[in-house]
Design a binder for this molecule. Structure first.
Ligand code: SUG
Length: 446
């Protein structure tokens, strides 16, 4: 049976803002407290989805999470109605507002790790929402992520949505951003490549920034999904983490048999071992970008490796394409590298398309961060809740919804205003009506 990759992008919420919450993510720190443009951000995200749809790929989306997360504030001891709570937090602990107002669920690559049915022990597609324990604003995402995935992948005979791993540093999990499913053909058994930042031997004092993915978390997810011996583990280099690769998808991206990565992305012993395992199991095609050709700093600044690496729209891995952020075009070293890459017939990347997702990029999220990849066969695609698969007219409807409800600009200080809470609730309410989701969000049920 034919299988294909479906990209589910995070729909960017009306609360998109720059709060400098992600230590180790250089763009987030650089843009802290700047004014964001939520409407533009969401429209850029939707245009990226439209581009993929136009190129002939299947495109879906994930719902934005309800923000502000008043339940979290209640668990922190604030009492009263929702507006009262916002007023109290603004007066007593304003730093908590950015935590409960982040639109970080847009970065769907961190929503979950996904194992296709061809690789799992029971022939179902498995999802484990990421616990995201490293940062407070993201650690609150997983319950809503689970609910969203259960809404989209609701047929239990095809899909299993697990709970997140225990929320402990030891099991720190950031989802698909550190996981790549490699295979010769989408429908065949493949390998899950799990990249981690630290294990029990890691000298944490050598790290300037947090290593967000632990080996124990990756192993637990592989176990949960029944991957057994099919999982391959690979350690990120300290150098990459210290240079700002807070997730592996900042320095590597893979699809099919190809792993496109920076020379400095991985610890060398670990790389040797993992690559030899991969080569034994498939026709593995590593494409390494040297430090000499594109320095690590340029790779991270441009997000070259946060491009989406796609098979051709008919699933051919010998004619692949990169969907790269426009920042790659702006960077001289990267632009000239890409021009040569597509002419180099020793590797299969034939085409590069540039997309403008600058609003997300300013918080450290490129094209690949914005999507969760799910490999599905035809029966499974038919079992997906169809409201979450996009076509031109549903993208138009979501754009009209954004244009109606989103602000042009938002500054972190605006989060203190309880009227903004009402604006967000109105937008979320309208979205659930548009999608006929009933009382999906907590505020609609209270
Ligand atoms: O977790 N930024 C996100 C960006 C995630 C990008 N995802 C992948 N690489 N897959 C993060 O660091 C910034 C929020 C702020 O500062 O307002 C933030 O959470």
């Amino acid at each position: 049976m034919n299988s294909t990759e479906v990209n589910f992008d995070g729909l960017i919420g009306p609360n998109h803002n720059y709060s400098g919450l992600a230590f180790g993510n250089l763009a987030s720190s650089r843009n802290a407290k700047n004014r964001s443009q939520p409407k533009l951000a969401a429209l850029q995200g939707l245009e990226k989805m439209r581009s993929l749809h136009k190129l002939g790929y299947r495109q879906g989306f994930l719902l934005p999470q309800l923000r502000p997360d008043i339940d979290t504030l209640r668990r922190l001891g604030f009492r009263g109605g929702d507006r009262t709570i916002i007023n109290k937090v603004a007066r007593q602990a304003p730093e908590l507002l950015s935590m409960v107002y982040s639109a970080s669920s847009m970065w769907a690559a961190n929503a979950a790790t996904v194992t296709p049915s061809a690789d799992s022990h029971d022939g179902k597609v498995h999802f484990t929402p990421a616990n995201l324990v490293t940062t407070a604003h993201r650690a609150i995402e997983h319950p809503q992520t689970q609910r969203c995935l259960e809404t989209i992948f609701h047929k239990a005979e095809h899909f299993t949505v697990h709970q997140a791993l225990p929320s402990q540093d030891r099991f720190a999990d950031e989802g698909a951003a550190n996981h790549t499913r490699l295979t010769d053909h989408y429908g065949q058994k493949g390998c899950g490549l799990f990249v981690y930042g630290r294990d029990a031997q890691t000298h944490l004092n050598q790290l300037d920034f947090p290593a967000r993915q632990s080996l124990e978390a990756s192993q637990a997810v592989a176990r949960q999904h029944g991957m057994g011996e099919e999982a391959v583990y690979l350690q990120q280099s300290t150098e990459a983490i210290n240079a700002g690769a807070f997730h592996n998808d900042v320095v590597a991206v893979g699809n099919g048999p190809v792993l496109f990565f920076h020379q400095r992305a991985f610890e060398s012993n670990s790389q040797r071992h993992a690559f030899s395992q991969l080569s034994q199991r498939m026709d593995f095609k590593p494409v390494c970008v040297s430090e000499e050709r594109v320095p690590l700093g340029d790779a991270i600044a441009s997000y070259l490796f946060n491009s989406q690496l796609l098979a051709s729209s008919d699933g051919d891995f010998s004619r692949m394409r990169l969907i790269a952020p426009t920042e790659c075009h702006d960077n001289d070293a990267v632009r000239s590298y890409l021009a040569e890459l597509v002419e180099d017939l020793t590797q299969p990347i034939r085409d590069v398309e540039f997309v403008d997702v600058r609003q997300s990029m300013s918080n450290g999220g490129g094209p690949a961060c914005l999507r969760l990849r799910v490999v599905l066969n035809e029966t499974e695609i038919a079992a997906v809740n169809p409201d979450f698969l996009l076509n031109d007219s549903s993208i138009d409807r979501l754009q009209a919804w954004v244009n109606k409800h989103y602000r042009d600009q938002l500054s972190p200080d605006d989060l203190k205003d309880p009227d903004f809470l009402n604006e967000c609730y109105t937008a979320f309410d309208d979205l659930t009506q548009l999608l006929q989701l009933g009382s999906y969000y907590a505020f609609q049920r209270n």
